[in-house]
Design a protein around this ligand. Structure first.
Ligand SMILES: [Zn+2]
Length: 148
């Protein structure tokens, strides 16, 4: 489903040649974002040199800005990926979860719950606040939808 750009269009707020940076449609917490390659790749090991370069660029040019929005000056975050059929993945198209942490986030009491929430995505379908966040992030990145 992540191969279809149309599926992600409503939540993209930054993109470069090979990657999209999107807000999670069903965030487990405020600021839950995904970094997704445009090509169908299941394993990060299969990213080619150009794609790694795009990912590096996104890491340098977009990730710190997005994190700052949710963390302020005290950057804290978790990164999660599920790769391969035994990993608990639900979508086989590579996606990197970026989970900004804050002193008052819902997982401070037990960080293990954070991971459980990522893999139990089927049970949650709360997309409240997503539209507002995408709007704010697009403004931050001066992102305007490209044609295609
Ligand atoms: Zn795909």
């Amino acid at each position: 489903m992540f191969c279809k750009r149309s599926v992600l269009l409503p939540t993209i707020f930054y993109e470069n040649e090979h990657f999209m940076f999107v807000y999670d449609k069903y965030p487990i917490m405020r600021g839950h974002m995904l970094i997704i390659p445009k090509r169908h790749v299941e394993d990060m090991i299969n990213l080619d040199a150009e794609e790694w370069e795009s990912l590096r660029q996104l890491k340098d040019q977009a990730l710190p800005i997005a994190l700052k929005r949710y963390c302020g000056d005290s950057i804290s975050y978790n990164v999660a990926m599920q790769i391969g059929e035994h990993s608990g993945r639900e979508i086989d198209h590579l996606h990197i979860h970026i989970l900004p942490r804050a002193s008052a986030d819902p997982f401070q009491e037990d960080s293990r719950k954070l991971y459980r929430n990522i893999v139990d995505r089927g049970e949650r379908h709360d997309s409240s606040g997503v539209e507002e966040e995408v709007k704010a992030l697009r403004k931050l990145f001066r992102y305007t939808q490209k044609k295609q």
